[in-house]
Every structure is written in structure tokens, then in C-alpha cells.
Design a protein around this ligand. Structure first.
Ligand SMILES: [Zn+2]
Length: 714
């Protein structure tokens, strides 16, 4: 009796304004058309939750039924949940009706859906219904979850969309070469393509000459047939190919750039001219890298959408709180003043190291509030969720919730997720997240999307903090030691910490190799168990990383005759690398997959340097290692010549090696070895660089880099 009274008190207390209890029973049904996807979602889970069958019927609703109703006029993607004559009524249109079904399961039934068939579903016979209308802050919401592609329910659950839903033939970004292929027009009409550095650059990665009227006619013709073939879709993107500094600076384009104060000027004039021809369609274009600054005069037409990208900004704080973000804020304010149709593309993970702690969850939320308040209508939060990556499940959960409502409480969302997903380990995971986040703000770390965990070894990953993080994960693992599902989730979440410790260890000559070997073995077995597919955007495999780590970083530098020897330069590296270059090539420490540490770089030039071995030595092999990371304009050089000398004056050729061109997008090392027999004190290495990015590359016509680390003499 006392228990019943207590229960009544509780249910009364939990009934908010307008909330009502609905008690389901064996006669409860789902009233919907038989092919309704939303009804199928409810039918899949309600019987399991309630023990009642919930048949799908096309009939007049009765008390304790659930009614699904197609309703127009609620607004794009909006839905409503309410109560009519004792029946639950879900209203929406198309996919938003499925959103309503998922929201009902989540909020009223208390279900969590994690994707890939994993879910928590409480046993309930009744629900407390809170009538509401849900309207998204952004009419289009895009982010990734590694299970999304194979899981349509997850997509409805997270209320996410894909560019192919909207854009004709998925022409949504970097479309220039698809719309006017240089392979077709380049040879006969180089004048269609960008002019800079003294010539036209027709090529798959170059831009158009936007002031050329023939380009406008050809592109409008192409769009006309594309729209005719896809009458159901309204949007298409005319947007620059990826890469920076490749826009046209011919006389006419340059005059427009000068008048508009930005290379976005010629682009927007072109896009407006297209939009005028297709008034009932929507033409999207990029404001990205060289075009991020809005033009001074031209205003986008109403049917033009601006896809604005904050790629260069730092992520340790919100945009107005760091200098790179402050600069972007001026661009956002500029565009916001002339356009109420902005598609904001934000970047929220370390693309070079998915398995590196990236404490930007608060930043994501703060920036999203700013985007909403600046009238942004469409939003892509590019977080590249990848299995084993940093907070690869929490991050998309938060992003999808916040894209719907940026004012939602981050603390509540984090707590809800962690308590449900990690169970008893939640307090430790939450404390880890917040300790890391505090360290990022307190040390003002430069949190950049192309970075290495090695850059963080003096701030957010300093030894004292690593020790605390690991202690928290030890506690988290102990708390769920008897819950194998949650233990595996905790261990998967720990991978970035393990990877970072390995990365940092390889830069420390005083490391304990046996301990590092043990840590590497554990990391290898975990990435294998959890099926971690990649370390980064360039698809580098974690297992290949482990293999390379053993060969490269755990071998002793003692067998290298060049170890610790002084280096003098005839052709110096770029100024930024001159100080480092004095020691880095022979210090026994090998650069990793990012050029941000240990690597010595040359840009647009050759290299030439000499190593003094200190005495005459017998030499059988000389090697030098390069980094290839074409996304960062870091290409293999063309050739290496190895020379030797007894006196440092007269050099003779030891060996000459040509390097075949490699266009692979993976980040790889290119070791180059020359073999011969000689006795010498001085070793000279002459490297012929590519110097200029080739036409297939994003940087076409601009200087490219090569990076060298570690010279071997045997
Ligand atoms: Zn031009």
C-alpha cells in the first residue's frame, strides 16, 4: 500500500504542464497506412517494450492507440506529438513522421538507439506523454556516424540528411571539374581555366576563368539538361575545386577582384548570372579558402546559397575567443548581412589523426549557437566519425542533438549518453572529458584539425595529465569489468589515449623500449579486436602503423653512421625548418605521419646538404626518407643523388635514384636508398624537388613541398 502511494506521488510529480499518462493495453494499435516507415519503426520496438502486439491498422483511432498522421505546413522537418481522445498522435510529413516515431521511442518510452542494432529498451506498459512541436534550428543537418551508411534507422533517429537528398546528381561541392571537365575542354580552350603565375592552368584541379562568357553559356547548358533529367531536385552546386590559390587572375577577373575586394567577387557574379537563368532552382557555391571573404558590392540573389567553410579556424575555444575564429567571424558577419541562405560547413575532428584526443565538444556547441544566431539555414558538421576515433559515438550523438537545438544543455546530453552507453564507467569517462577540456582551455592549445598528438605533449597530453587520464580509464574499466559490452565500449574509447602515448614515445630517445613494445602490442590487439579501419582521413591502417612502428621507431639508431653527425646546407630548407634542420636529420628520431614534427621541409626548390661523419668510414649504403601527404601539398621529389668525399671539397657520385610519381592519397613514407662501395668522411645528398604542383593536384601551378627526415649511412 505504501509503495503504491509513493508511486502515485512520483507520477503526479513527473507530470509537467500538459503531460498526461497513457496506459497501453492488448487492444492498443498503430493507426497508419500499412507502408508507413514510421509505423514500421514503432512496430519493431513497441511490442518488445510493452508486451502488446501493436498491429498496424488503417481504422478510426481509439483510446491508447498510436496514430501516425501526414500533415503539411509544420515547417521543413518539423513534427508534432500530442494526445487526442486518449490516443497518442504523431504528426509530420515524410521523413519527419519517422523523426516523430523515433522521438516518441526516445523521450516517452526511454529507448536509446546506438546504431548497428545495439539499443537499450526499458519494459513499460504506460508512458507520460509531453505534447510538443519540434522544429529544427537548421533546415538541413548533416554529420557522420560510422554506422550511418548501413543503418537507415540510425539516420532517422539522429534526424540526419545527405547531400544526395537535395543536390542534383550529388553535385554538392567541388563541382567545377564535373561541370566543365578540363579533360574535355582544356586542350582546345585553355582560356576557360584559371590564369595565374604567368599562364592558364587547364586541369582537373584548377578553377575556371569566371569572367569568360563562353564558360557561362556552356555551364548553363549543362545545368539545363541536369535539371530536366532530375525535376524532383532543386539544388545544384557550382563550386571551386579543392585547393587554395588556384583562382583566375586574368586581367578581367583581377579587375573584378579589385573592385569587390575578394576573389569571391567573380565567383558570385558568375553564380548570380546562372541563378537568374534558373529562378525556380537553387544554386549553391562555396565560400572557402581564397573565397571565404564576402564581396564588397555583389549581393547573392535569393536563390543562391552560400556554403561557408571555417576550415582554418582553431577549435580549443569558440570562434570569437581565438584570433583565427575572430577573422572568420568577420566573414560570417559579412555574408550574414547580405545572405539569409547560408550553408555552414564546420570541422570537428583531427583529420590527420582520428585517434587523437580532440577536446572540442563545448566549442562545437558554442559555435553552433553562433551559426544559428547568424541566420544559418543548413549545417554540415564534418566530424568524420570513424570506429575507434576520438569519442566516435558521443560526438555524433551530441552534434545531431545540437543541430536540432543548439540551446540544448551540453551537460545533460553528455551525462545522458555516458550513463546509458558506459553504465557504471560513466563518472570516469565524464571526468576524463572535462579534465581534457579544461586543459585545452587553460593551456590555450592550438587545437587544429591537421595536427599530431605529438604537438600536445607539452600541454593537453603532458605526462602529469596522461597519468590522470589513464588512472580514470583504469577506474572506468574496473567499474564495468563484469559487463563485457560496456567494457569493450570503454576500451574502444581509450584507444586515442593509447595511440597518443605511442606517438609521443617515438619522439623520446630516452624511452623504455620494452615498455613501449608492450604498449604497442596491447594497442595492436585492441585495434584488431575492435576492427578499427583507419587512423586518418587518408585511410592509413592501424595495423600497418604498428608494423611500421616496430621497424622504424623501435630499431636502434646505433647502426647508423650518420647518427648525431652535423649537417651543413648548400640549399637550405624553408626558414621555419632551418633551426630544426641542424639536428633533426641525424638525431635518431623519425618523423611521423604529420609534417608538424621532426620533418625538415623544402618548398618549390631542390635540397642540397652534407653530413660530416667525423672520420673516413667504409660506406655501402646511404638512405634518406621522405613523407608523402599530397593533401598538404607534400609530394615525393623527383630524384636523389648521393655523393661522397674524403675532404669535403671534391665529391664523387655514390649513387643516383629516380623516384616514380605516386599520386596515392594515403600518407606514406618513401625511403630512398643508394648502394655502392666507398670510403669517405663526407656524405652529400642532392634532392631534385617537383617544385610546382602538377595539373592533377589541388595546388596546380603553385609551389609544392617535400619533407625529409633521417639520413642513414651504413
Ligand atoms: Zn579570368
Amino acid at each position: 500500500m505504501r509503495r503504491l502511494f509513493f508511486f502515485l506521488l512520483l507520477s503526479l510529480a513527473s507530470l509537467g504542464a500538459g503531460a498526461q499518462t497513457v496506459v497501453f493495453g492488448p487492444k492498443s494499435r498503430i493507426v497508419a497506412s500499412p507502408d508507413s516507415p514510421a509505423a514500421a519503426i514503432l512496430q519493431r520496438y513497441l511490442p518488445e517494450a510493452t508486451g502488446f502486439a501493436f498491429p498496424i491498422v488503417n481504422a478510426l483511432p481509439k483510446k491508447a492507440d498510436i496514430v501516425l498522421r501526414e500533415v503539411d505546413g509544420l515547417g521543413e522537418d518539423a513534427f508534432r506529438i500530442g494526445l487526442e481522445n486518449g490516443a497518442v498522435v504523431l504528426e509530420g510529413s515524410g521523413k519527419s513522421l519517422s523523426y516523430a516515431a523515433c522521438d516518441f521511442l526516445e523521450q516517452e518510452v526511454g529507448m536509446n538507439y546506438w546504431g548497428g542494432g545495439e539499443y537499450d529498451l526499458p519494459r513499460v506498459k504506460s508512458v507520460v506523454l509531453r505534447p510538443r512541436t519540434e522544429v529544427p534550428a537548421f533546415r538541413y543537418r548533416q554529420c557522420s556516424h560510422y554506422l550511418l551508411r548501413e543503418d537507415p534507422l540510425l539516420r532517422s533517429w539522429m534526424r540526419l540528411e545527405e547531400p544526395s537528398d537535395l543536390f542534383v546528381e550529388n553535385l554538392w561541392v567541388h563541382t567545377c571539374d564535373r561541370l566543365l571537365p578540363a579533360s574535355r575542354h582544356g586542350a582546345a580552350h585553355p582560356e576557360y581555366y584559371a590564369y595565374y603565375n604567368g599562364r592558364r592552368h587547364p586541369g582537373s584541379a584548377s578553377q575556371w576563368c569566371m569572367s569568360n562568357p563562353e564558360v557561362l553559356e556552356i555551364v548553363c547548358g549543362t545545368l539545363d539538361s541536369l535539371f530536366l533529367a532530375h525535376p524532383e531536385q532543386k539544388m545544384i552546386s557550382i563550386s571551386q575545386n579543392d585547393g587554395s590559390d588556384t583562382y583566375c587572375r586574368c586581367e578581367t577577373c583581377q579587375a573584378i577582384i579589385d573592385e569587390e575586394g575578394s576573389p569571391s567577387g567573380p565567383i558570385l557574379r558568375f553564380v548570380n548570372a546562372v541563378a537568374r537563368r534558373f529562378p525556380d532552382k537553387e544554386i549553391s557555391t562555396l565560400a572557402y579558402l581564397f573565397s571565404v571573404k564576402p564581396p564588397r558590392k555583389t549581393v547573392p540573389l535569393e536563390n543562391v546559397s552560400i556554403m561557408l567553410c571555417d576550415i582554418d579556424c582553431r577549435r580549443q575555444t569558440s570562434l570569437p575567443e581565438n584570433p583565427s575564429g575572430q577573422e572568420f567571424m568577420r566573414h560570417l558577419e559579412g555574408w550574414s548581412a547580405i545572405c539569409d541562405n547560408i550553408f555552414l560547413w564546420d570541422y570537428g575532428i583531427n583529420f590527420d589523426n582520428y585517434l587523437s584526443p580532440f577536446p572540442n565538444l563545448q566549442t562545437i556547441k558554442d559555435n553552433m549557437v553562433i551559426f544559428r544566431d547568424h541566420g544559418v539555414k543548413m549545417h554540415f558538421s564534418q566530424i568524420n566519425s570513424s570506429r575507434g576515433g576520438d569519442m566516435a559515438e558521443l560526438r555524433p550523438y551530441l552534434v545531431s542533438k545540437l543541430m536540432w537545438n543548439p540551446s540544448a544543455s551540453l551537460d545533460s546530453l553528455e551525462r545522458h549518453f555516458c550513463e546509458a552507453y558506459y553504465g557504471k564507467a560513466a563518472p570516469y569517462i565524464l571526468r576524463y572529458i572535462h579534465t581534457l577540456e579544461g586543459a585545452a582551455v587553460a593551456t590555450d592549445v592550438d587545437l587544429f584539425i591537421y595536427d599530431s598528438p605529438v604537438s600536445y605533449k607539452g600541454n593537453i597530453l603532458r605526462p602529469a595529465l596522461l597519468r590522470r587520464y589513464n588512472a580514470l580509464f583504469d577506474q572506468a574499466e574496473a567499474a564495468v569489468a563484469h559487463d563485457s559490452l560496456r567494457l569493450s565500449r570503454v576500451q574502444r574509447t581509450r584507444l586515442p589515449l593509447q595511440y597518443s602515448a605511442l606517438e609521443i614515445a617515438r619522439t623520446d630517445l630516452g624511452r623504455d623500449n620494452a615498455a613501449v613494445q608492450k604498449a604497442l602490442d596491447l594497442f595492436e590487439s585492441r585495434v584488431r579486436t575492435f576492427g578499427v579501419p583507419t587512423l586518418n582521413e587518408r585511410a592509413n591502417s592501424p595495423l600497418a602503423y604498428c608494423k611500421l612502428f616496430r621497424e622504424r621507431y623501435l630499431s636502434s639508431p646505433e647502426g647508423n653512421l650518420a647518427f648525431g653527425c652535423p649537417v651543413t646546407f648548400t640549399i637550405e630548407p624553408r626558414p621555419k625548418y632551418r633551426e630544426l634542420g641542424k639536428t633533426a636529420l641525424t638525431d635518431g628520431l623519425y618523423g611521423g605521419a604529420g609534417y608538424v614534427e621532426s620533418w625538415v621541409g623544402w618548398e618549390g626548390s631542390d635540397a642540397d646538404f652534407t653530413i660530416d661523419l667525423g672520420a673516413q668510414k667504409a660506406i655501402q649504403a646511404i638512405g634518406v626518407d621522405f613523407l608523402r601527404q599530397i593533401g598538404a601539398w607534400v609530394l615525393d621529389p623527383r630524384a636523389v643523388e648521393f655523393l661522397v668525399s674524403a675532404d669535403g671539397e671534391q665529391f664523387s657520385r655514390f649513387s643516383y635514384c629516380e623516384i616514380p610519381e605516386n599520386r596515392s592519397g594515403s600518407i606514406e613514407f618513401t625511403p630512398v636508398w643508394g648502394y655502392s662501395q666507398s670510403t669517405a668522411r663526407y656524405v652529400r645528398i642532392k634532392i631534385s624537388g617537383q617544385k610546382i604542383c602538377p595539373e592533377w593536384h589541388y595546388g596546380v601551378g603553385n609551389p609544392c613541398w617535400f619533407f625529409v627526415d633521417e639520413v642513414w649511412v651504413r
